[in-house]
Ligand binder design. Structure first.
Ligand SMILES: Cc1ncc(C[n+]2csc(CCOP(=O)(O)OP(=O)(O)O)c2C)c(N)n1
Ligand SMILES: [Mg+2]
Length: 356
């Protein structure tokens, strides 16, 4: 018997805005025009939140912080495509998504202050706490997506992870399971080119991360993650696909972590000036501002007002943060075990004596 081709695949890349802020007119028609300004404003808020966090860390007012600078389009595009009842399962860099969902900034700063109370999500939000073990979020997202299906809800669970997270076994298990059981899950990969100091080229020999979806029987789409319009459209397409019962979907948003991995890192030890400059020229916020200005939806005056309003918001959130009393040191023993093991009880008693 001659050999037959049993499977052929191709992976698409979606881009709408070019570097001059010009949009593909045909694709643009798929995006409600009344979202253009909100997408920009949300990215702007994320950037100001982030700049303040870095300053607070350098002043010793919060602890180690992981910046999202450069990833604002990826995070705003998906967030504004979500519906109220969708589940968000973040890793540790999705503060922009949390802001977009309405989590007050001071809660997020509190978490990065090393205070786990900042990681307690209000009950009325379908947002899981930030989670540091790389890749573990995907399995939670698959589980939630399956739960939504069994409950016959049209909600989707979105699991976030980075390029590095796609090398974890968890990622592959989650995709495999979701594919077989048609979980209502969107896997949203922010490929920011680096996993701490490990470049994308050492992460996988695949041409794209999006194509990994094909092996598990689900669609995978690559999108320009610094083009907020493209990320919105890709997300909307994926969410509609999942809501209509066709099963899970994977998006790879190609973007760049413009700063250090966290404030404990120095990215200049492993990245060149040229590389960083290349991506700075692709800053997602500047690109969208050019587009809005060309569309006559933006002006210097509007930018000035937005800056003043956002600065006020961020400052008032920092005031709220700093008005929160420090946690009780005894809390360190709580919330881990249903009944405390003997050795922790001993340590608890010791600390109590010490604190008087
Ligand atoms: C299971 C696990 N291994 C290692 C680490 C240490 N670690 C924290 S972030 C990170 C890199 C993650 O890279 P990526 O998934 O690309 O996300 P990014 O930090 O770029 O947003 C590593 C290795 C961890 N937190 N969890
Ligand atoms: Mg990464």
């Amino acid at each position: 018997m001659p050999k037959k081709i049993i499977y052929k695949a191709q992976t698409e890349l979606l881009e709408i805005l070019d570097m001059q802020g010009k949009a593909d007119a045909k694709l643009l028609k798929n995006i409600p025009a009344d979202l253009f300004v909100p997408l920009y404003e949300l990215m702007f808020r994320m950037r100001k939140f982030d700049e303040k966090a870095l300053n607070l860390q350098r002043q010793g007012r919060i602890g180690t912080y992981g910046s999202l600078r450069g990833q604002e389009a990826a995070q705003a595009g998906i967030t504004l495509a979500l519906e109220k009842n969708d589940w968000v399962v973040p890793s540790f860099r999705e503060h922009g998504v949390a802001i977009g969902l309405g989590l007050p900034m001071h809660r997020i700063y509190l978490y990065w202050k090393g205070d786990e109370r900042g990681n307690i999500v209000p009950e009325d939000m379908r947002l899981l706490p930030a989670s540091v073990p790389v890749g573990s979020q995907f399995q939670h997202a698959t589980g939630l997506g399956l739960a939504m299906k069994l409950k016959k809800e049209s909600s989707v669970a979105v699991g976030f992870g980075g390029d590095g997270a796609t090398s974890e076994g968890d990622f592959h298990e989650a995709l495999n399971f979701a594919g077989v059981f048609k979980a209502q899950t969107l896997f949203f990969i922010q490929n920011n080119q680096w996993a701490i100091s490990v470049p994308r080229s050492l992460q996988s020999a695949s041409v794209s991360l999006a194509q990994k979806a094909h092996a598990y029987g689900l669609p995978g789409l690559q999108v320009d993650g610094n083009d907020v319009l493209a990320v919105y459209l890709a997300s909307k397409t994926a969410l509609d696909h999942i809501r209509s019962g066709k099963g899970p979907y994977l998006i790879e948003a190609v973007t760049y972590r413009m700063g250090d991995h966290t404030t404990s890192d120095d990215h200049w030890r492993y990245r060149s000036k040229e590389e960083v400059q290349y991506w700075e020229a692709r800053d997602p916020i500047n690109r969208m501002r050019i587009f809005l200005t060309e569309q006559k939806l933006w002006s210097d005056k509007k930018e000035e007002n937005l800056l003043a309003e956002t600065t006020r918001l961020v400052e008032s959130e920092v005031e709220k943060l700093e008005a929160i009393p420090a946690p009780d040191p005894m809390d360190i023993f709580n919330h881990m075990f249903a009944s405390m093991p003997w050795n922790l009880k001993e340590q608890q008693a010791q600390l109590k004596r010490r604190l008087g």
